[in-house]
Design a binder for this molecule. Structure first.
Ligand code: UD1
Length: 365
């Protein structure tokens, strides 16, 4: 069986790592990896392949950054050539990026079944690029691997019932592996040269937060206030760095400890050590829960509502008062996290088993 994975952005490399491990165990599978080139900086791409034991991509489409339409269409054009040459039995797409929607469109048009890993997430605002990518991808996919039961319900609400599975979240699999690995490694404070014990971990990269000056100012001011009370470590995404420079907001970073983007294992080390998380990353707000850390979520809504509904994570959007109150709440109250929301940590092998048990005629049965 020939399985082709298309990836291109940071969170997809993490998910791919789990699928690679799971497929490697099956000798009859040929797994081809295609990198769209959406993320290309060493810290945004190579470092993930190197540290997560992902084989070098068989194809690199080298699209780079561009407007949404140009980036998506470039991926489609170049990916179509690869698919026509390789003729895979199934194409796996991951998450919600422009690479995801491009791969789903190419597969659907060439009548090759598409498997979507992290299917069924939904959130407001409906016009955010990731939400558009998710909805289109889910409606084009033959196999939908939902990371949570909430995601299964979201698919049902849109009339998608066939081909839907709940194997759990592949990111939970990788988190468990990483936790095991870093237990044997040296102290995070030494590795990162972070000379303090108590800190919060802060990340920011969503276009609706970084590209709108008032939103960016509101968030940085609120996080700056928190940084007066506890150290805040901020690995800066290149998009965010550019926006801060363009809007001349460097002065708002004075009290925040900024570092370059970090690889997956370093992120997990910081997560395990930090007191709490402040983020607009879909992945990190959930990894915080895996690490039993609470998160202040800088979004108007989240695809991981099960974590905000139970008050483990706090949805604050850009409201300075809510962000600061969230910090006070997290540091004062103790609550028990719900368990088992994202499966048993074996999503990768469950997905592999389902893929291998299928033949083209029965993809949506
Ligand atoms: C993309 C995904 C988002 C995911 C995120 C993880 C879409 C629509 N969004 O957002 O779902 O959470 O990846 O990071 O696909 N840049 C660099 N170097 C790089 C990559 C990007 O400098 O290696 C800069 C460029 O200025 C680029 C900007 O970051 O224009 C945005 O990159 P892009 O891939 O378009 O979107 P992300 O914000 O990373």
């Amino acid at each position: 069986m020939k399985i082709l994975s298309l990836v291109g952005a940071r969170p997809q490399f993490i998910k791919l790592a789990v699928i690679c491990r799971a497929l490697r165990k099956h000798s009859k599978v040929q797994h081809i990896i295609v990198h769209s080139g959406q993320h290309y900086d060493i810290n945004m791409s190579d470092i993930f392949f190197n540290t997560l034991d992902i084989p070098k991509a068989d194809y690199d489409l080298g699209v780079g950054s561009d407007t949404h339409a140009r980036q998506t269409s470039k991926i489609m054009e170049r990916f179509e050539e690869v698919v026509m040459k390789e003729k895979p039995d199934v194409i796996i797409v991951y998450g919600d990026t422009n690479t995801t929607i491009a791969g789903a469109l190419v597969g659907a048009k060439l009548k090759i079944p598409v498997a979507h890993i992290e299917a069924g997430l939904r959130q407001e605002p409906k016009d955010m690029p990731e939400e558009i990518n998710r909805i289109v991808t889910d409606h084009l996919s033959s196999l939908l691997f939902a990371p949570s039961m909430l995601a299964v319900g979201n698919l049902k609400n849109e009339g998608i019932n066939r081909g839907v599975y709940f194997p759990g979240d592949v990111m939970y699999d990788l988190f468990l592996l990483a936790k095991e690995k870093i237990m044997h490694e040296e102290d995070t404070n030494k590795t990162l040269n972070v000379g303090f014990d108590k800190f919060a971990l802060f990340t920011l990269h969503r276009d609706f937060n970084t590209d709108i000056e008032e939103r960016l100012i509101s968030i940085l001011k609120a996080v700056g206030m928190i940084a007066q009370e506890i150290k805040v470590i901020f690995p800066i995404h290149p998009r965010t760095r550019k926006c801060i420079t363009n809007f001349k907001l460097e002065y708002l970073l004075d009290s925040i400890h900024c570092i370059e983007p970090i690889d997956y294992l370093t992120t997990i080390k910081l997560l395990n050590k930090c007191e709490f998380v402040i983020t607009d990353s879909g992945g990190l707000q959930k990894e915080a829960y895996f690490a039993e850390k609470r998160a202040i979520v800088l979004m108007p809504d989240t695809g991981w509502r099960e974590l905000t509904d139970c008050r483990w994570n706090i949805l604050a959007d850009i409201d300075g008062e809510k962000i600061f109150k969230g910090f006070k709440q997290i540091t004062k109250e103790t609550i028990i996290p719900p368990s088992g929301l994202y499966g048993d940590g074996d999503a990768g092998s469950k997905i592999a088993k389902i893929l291998l048990g299928k033949n083209q005629k029965s993809w949506r049965n």
